[in-house]
Design a protein around this ligand. Structure first.
Ligand code: ZN
Length: 379
């Protein structure tokens, strides 16, 4: 029997009740839900997990109802949130049975309705489980809205290990990205004096290294690997709370992802999974760091950046892992144009006033010499 006490205790510190599936059927969650009117939110994909859960909760004497959004891939926009909002008056608590999008919809709508929410994670696909903000699409634009953190997270490895491999691949991309996020952050600290939290960074780094050492099990969707991956995804949220911002979990690779997302929205095309775009951005960021070791580039702080770049994994190794997870390793595979990707290399750093390897390349005019190489490697 595995021991999850450490992650349960860590979650508790941030007021999140984490509970792992047991033969006893979530006894602590059940007692927390006593007397509440509970709504289980699912979509066409996850209703197969929500329906039996609802039945079991009812058998255990809880007042649990189900609501399935009529989509296979819901989008967290005003329209979908409204579908849930309309039903909320009859309920005290929403349990999202899903991953990124359903969790976002539940966090956002319950926050505005003054109710609580939780999640039964159906895929280790992104790191937003424990975050208090929610990406939403409003009037065709992706924005980040205040929401609340979930009160409860229910974890069942039978479900997580059976998730579509591409979703686990997306989660892997979102975690491997932390190599770049942490390096961008440290670099900014050393070059610009931005504040830096050793506690936050090392919490994230330890969880990341554990995953990196266990990628074979993650690729095989093995229980041990998925456990490490989910831990890292949860810890990412806690690292952000400690840092007071998203620095430990988001760097240039996330800016690349956001830049591409706006292009997909503009064209009215479905947006690829967050971690897939972030994984691609991670390859670009890693290559940009490694170039600094290989080329004779001169800019202020070159030695510092080279020192930070040295221990990073090679982009080839990360590409190998992403490929093994069924994730794209070239931007052309996700249906964006060459022009958009080139535009991204020169302009995505403007999305946020945050110093990253992208800012550095553009600030010192290094992108001109790097863009063709990056396009050849990753478009
Ligand atoms: Zn992310």
């Amino acid at each position: 029997m595995e021991n999850y006490d450490d992650i349960i205790a860590l979650s508790e510190r941030y007021n999140i009740h984490a509970e792992y599936a047991s033969a006893d059927f979530y006894p602590r969650f059940r007692s927390r839900m006593q007397g509440l009117r509970l709504l289980l939110l699912s979509d066409e994909n996850t209703v197969r997990y929500a329906a039996p859960l609802q039945q079991k909760l009812c058998e255990a004497g809880l007042d649990a109802h189900g609501f399935t959004l009529p989509f296979y891939e819901p989008v967290a926009d005003e329209k979908t949130c409204a579908l849930l909002s309309e039903r909320l008056s009859d309920f005290d608590y929403v349990l999202a049975v899903g991953a990124g999008t359903l969790n976002d919809i539940a966090k956002y709508t319950t926050f505005h309705a003054g109710k609580k929410c939780g999640v039964l994670a159906t895929a280790a696909s992104m790191d937003g489980f424990t975050s208090g903000v929610t990406p939403l699409i409003k009037k065709g634009f992706k924005i980040t809205e205040n929401a609340q953190t979930v009160s409860d997270i229910l974890i069942d490895f039978d479900i997580l290990c059976a998730a579509p491999k591409i979703m686990t691949g997306a989660g892997t991309g979102d975690i491997l990205a932390k190599f770049c996020c942490l390096t961008d952050w440290k670099m900014s600290h050393l070059l610009t004096g931005e504040s830096y939290s050793e506690e936050s960074a090392s919490l994230m780094r330890v969880a990341l290294e554990k995953c990196y050492q266990n990628t074979d099990s993650i690729c095989a969707c093995g229980r041990e690997g998925i456990d490490d991956l989910l831990r890292a995804l949860l810890i990412s949220g806690y690292a952000m709370v400690i840092a007071g911002n998203s620095r430990p979990a988001s760097g240039a690779e996330h800016h690349m992802s956001h830049f591409l997302e706006m292009d997909f929205l503009k064209r009215g095309k479905p947006i690829p999974l967050h971690g897939i775009k972030v994984g691609l951005g991670t390859l670009v960021s890693l290559r940009m760091y490694k170039r600094i070791l290989e080329k004779d580039l001169s800019f202020e702080g070159q030695e510092i950046v080279a020192r930070l770049a040295a221990p990073l994994p090679s982009p080839e190794e990360v590409a190998r892992i992403l490929h093994a997870m069924g994730c794209p390793t070239r931007f052309s595979q996700i249906g964006v144009s060459k022009d958009t990707v080139r535009d991204m290399l020169f302009n995505c750093y403007k999305i946020r006033d945050r110093f990253t390897i992208m800012t550095l390349y553009n600030k010192y005019g290094l992108m001109k010499g790097a863009a063709d190489e990056l396009m050849d490697l990753y478009y």
